[in-house]
Design a protein around this ligand. Structure first.
Ligand code: TTP
Ligand code: MG
Length: 351
């Protein structure tokens, strides 16, 4: 490895909720297991996660439980037990903190560690973390090692489950460029769609687009970010305090939009993304706010407070659509955003 002195690890538990359930029910090991909602595929709810056996049948996080049952009828369905996952997450994070003082908690089952100041090789630290997580918690994780967060996160995903992947200087072209653009931090479904429309499918394709063209398409800040990210360049520091106040998504339309049906459909998609982030981090939101920026850049928000915390795309979309109805109509919209606020942690602390 090279590119300066930074040594960053990204550690991510494999099929986290499913592994916790398998610890309690060893008979489930090796079986297709789907965690989500109340654990009944005939009732409403989406897949939180699925064991790798169920993934082989096409089951994915975020799809309706009903769809999962159709794809994988033999799967065992279980309800989400957030208190158990949160307790396991705390033990996992405590292990990681033994290996570095600089830890960024990326979510319930993942973290970045800066091990630059350690005398030991980062691969060796990664191996020991994997041993400890297995011995103390009975869980497998995947670890990525690189010289920045962007590449460490890509690396941890490359050989899942139970993988250890090191990206070294000179590896970016051969190992990162063939991957789809969606693997880059900050490339969501909207950006991916726009890149596909430009004929850019892999990270390598993106690296070959002149940075000026990306700035023209995505604006100077995001364009420059994409150009650097495609080359594996990322100097962002670890963020060591992590307690979110809100989670939000927004998108700028390629052309200003007058049609409220288009704005509504976009709000629904953004609400789904926000809801997935909430569920992943283990929060419910008591407040939903919609932001509209008009063609003349004037920006307004409308928010609503909910009687109880929500974390489903449907509930957030419904609140967002009620907010949308309170904006004066008939103006061209340039940007739309959804924010979930007043977050309440699940399973401890919250209701
Ligand atoms: P991930 O790390 O994205 O997924 P995973 O650990 O289940 O599988 P892997 O890392 O091996 O690909 O998310 C961690 C947990 O967060 C996951 O077990 C369940 C929860 N989660 C949701 O509840 N909803 C979601 O949409 C996602 C992506 C995750
Ligand atoms: Mg995981």
């Amino acid at each position: 490895m090279d590119e300066g002195r930074r040594r960053i690890l990204h550690v991510d538990l494999d099929a986290f909720f499913a592994q916790v359930e398998m610890l309690r029910r060893p008979a489930l090991r090796g079986q297709p297991v789907v965690i989500g909602g109340v654990g009944d595929p005939t009732r409403r709810g989406v897949v939180s996660t699925a064991s790798y056996e169920a993934r082989r049948a096409g089951v994915r996080s975020g799809m309706p439980l009903r769809t999962a049952a159709r794809l994988c009828p033999e799967a065992v369905f279980l309800p989400v037990d957030f208190a158990a996952y949160r307790a396991m997450s705390a033990r996992f994070k405590a292990i990681l903190r033994e290996f570095s003082e600089v830890v960024e908690e990326g979510g319930i089952d993942e973290a970045f560690l800066d091990v630059s100041s350690s005398a030991r090789a980062p691969e060796e630290i990664a191996r020991e973390i994997r041993r400890r997580v297995r011995a103390d918690l009975g869980l497998t994780c995947s670890v990525g090692v690189a010289w920045n967060k962007l590449l460490a996160k890509i690396a941890s995903d490359m050989e899942k489950p139970d993988g250890l992947t090191v990206i070294r200087a000179g590896d970016v072209e051969a190992r990162v460029w063939p991957l789809g653009v969606r693997k880059l931090l900050g490339v969501g479904p909207k950006t991916e769609e726009r890149l596909h429309a430009m004929g850019v499918r892999t990270i390598g394709d993106l690296a070959r687009v002149p940075p000026g063209a990306l700035a023209g398409e995505f604006g100077p800040a995001h364009g420059a970010y994409l150009a650097r990210a495609a080359r594996g360049v990322d100097n962002s520091p670890l963020v060591t305090e992590w307690e979110p106040k809100s989670m939000s998504r927004e998108t700028t339309f390629e052309h200003d939009v007058a049609d409220r049906d288009v704005v509504r459909a976009t709000l629904r998609e953004l609400a789904e993304d926000v809801a997935a982030s909430l569920r992943k981090a283990g929060y419910r939101a008591r407040n939903v706010t919609v932001k509209l920026r008009y063609a003349d850049f004037e920006t307004h928000t409308r928010g609503t407070t909910l009687p109880a915390g929500v974390d489903s795309g449907e509930a957030i979309a419904e609140a967002a659509l009620r907010c949308l109805a309170r904006f004066p109509g008939a103006r061209d919209v340039r940007l739309v955003g959804v924010r979930a606020g007043r977050l309440e942690p699940l399973g401890g602390g919250g209701p």
